[in-house]
Write a protein that binds this ligand. Structure first.
Ligand code: ATP
Ligand code: ATP
Ligand code: MG
Ligand code: MG
Lengths: 259, 259
């Protein structure tokens, strides 16, 4: 079972879009996939067609401390989506409270990890959608996962932010004492521009083999699909957005041989 | 003197791009403009061609409490930019410390406002670039300004985030006890898509007259200009990005008659 966090403290760099569409693409390739929505904005939950406020059981219940009356096991909050093989542990705005309530709890970075461990799940992949911050929710995701995909839009400031995020991940690896494989995915790319060529060169130099070959092109079908609450391959299977994520899934699956 | 905060807690919605290019467009229309960079990421500073880490005097010094040896007056940190009429109070990563150090200081939401008041400045416009959060830095900007422009990318989730942000602004108006004129600017717009039409209709209904007529189209020249550290009208004056921001400046200037 591969557990992959989709992270970047920067906002609007296609973390959610990647969670949903890489998840759906892996499901399309007959992998059993769970998406865990760790963002109080609940965009993965919304983008899969659900209304977050209608849930009274969400991932927050799994993060509750052991003695809390609201605590639930992960299996009690997982729901199927309209896509075969694709499941969701939803979020809603109540998750925002976790940032404050967990802050002084012993073992607070480990609640998601221990929830996943106890659950003894049978998924091939767990993808964790992170909020745009380095708070306790992202820390829980980084502790619970074995691989992290950093999504990055190839614009000028992207590299500056990444170096800082990498430092944090480095610190976490030391503190969390577990190995973490870091990958980088270029997203929302205007591949025919000079800016793209300049920035990608710099990203390649910095990340080498950790950079996915697949680049996700900017394609409005991806935004439109999310607004309709479906993965892009169900909304417009022939779009470049669908093709890009299906190719990414193939590349991710190839790595299975080494895991 | 009009003091305008450019704000939205969501990341990557063209706050910085708007600060720089609306600022340059107003300067182009013979207005004397100061941009205050309130983001520890210092993207306005970078986008105007400066290296944030080379500054030892930044807006942070203005936010220092009165007895601090590091405290400076706003006039001591303002620098000219390469664009005539356009000035900058720069930021750098040290500003990140402010979120923690100010947290328990008396009058902590008022340091920027009182810094501006004391400075007795002669600008026509002060534009304040905010970080993607609702922390003490954004609160200082909202307290210091009289108008706020919320930038919004016309994608599905944009409206959901905005309602929450508006609630917060409403609460602030009550707590801060000053009037705040709220405007909305649609940015990074793919104007020929169905998604655009659907979302804009919803934005219009919600905001009415507070929505600027000018819509900023998605245009790679805007991203390229920033990577070269210049406003877009210096990088590619005939681009749609330049045209859009020049039109926005005209619309903003028209409001001068009512101020
Ligand atoms: N390849 C793409 N082409 C066009 N639009 C895209 C693409 N990827 C994402 N988007 C759009 O860009 C916006 C931001 O994407 P998304 O919400 O996935 O980013 P995020 O990193 O999860 O943001 P947040 O930090 O707020 O969680 C969304 O409106 C999404 O539909
Ligand atoms: N109209 C536009 N067309 C194309 N690209 C744009 C446009 N406006 C902004 N961008 C690009 O989108 C990215 C995000 O813009 P920007 O940095 O201004 O957003 P922001 O809201 O200030 O982000 P943050 O929350 O990180 O401060 C940048 O790479 C910028 O160059
Ligand atoms: Mg997201
Ligand atoms: Mg910015």
């Amino acid at each position: 079972m591969r557990i992959i966090a989709i992270a970047n403290q920067k906002g609007g760099v296609a973390k959610t879009t990647t969670c949903i569409n890489l998840g759906a693409s892996l499901a399309y390739h007959a992998r059993k996939v769970l998406i865990i929505d760790m963002d109080p904005q609940a965009h993965s939950t919304l983008g899969l067609g659900f209304e977050p406020d209608e849930f009274d059981r969400t991932i927050l219940n799994v993060l509750e401390p052991p003695r809390s009356p609201y605590r639930l096991e992960l299996k009690e909050v997982i729901i199927p989506t309209r896509t075969p093989n694709l499941y969701l542990a939803p979020a809603n705005i109540d998750l925002a409270g976790a940032e404050y309530r967990l802050i002084d709890k012993l073992g607070r970075e480990d609640f998601l990890n221990s929830g996943i461990q106890r659950a003894n799940l049978s998924f091939d992949y767990i993808l964790i959608d992170c909020p745009p911050s380095l708070g306790i929710l992202t820390v829980n995701a980084l502790k619970a996962c074995r691989e992290v995909i950093i999504t990055i839009q190839p614009h000028y400031f992207a590299m500056r932010g990444i170096e800082e995020f990498m430092e944090t991940i480095g610190l976490m690896k030391e503190n969390l004492k577990h190995d973490l494989e870091v990958y980088v995915l270029i997203t929302i790319a205007d591949v025919r521009t000079n800016l793209y060529r300049e920035v990608v060169e710099e990203i390649k130099k910095y990340f080498g083999d950790h950079l996915f070959e697949t680049v996700i092109h900017r394609n409005i079908s991806l935004a439109e699909a999310t607004s309709h609450g479906v993965p892009v391959m169900e909304y417009e299977p022939s779009s470049s957005g669908a093709q890009c994520y299906l190719n990414l899934a193939k590349e991710v699956i190839k790595l299975e041989e080494e895991k």
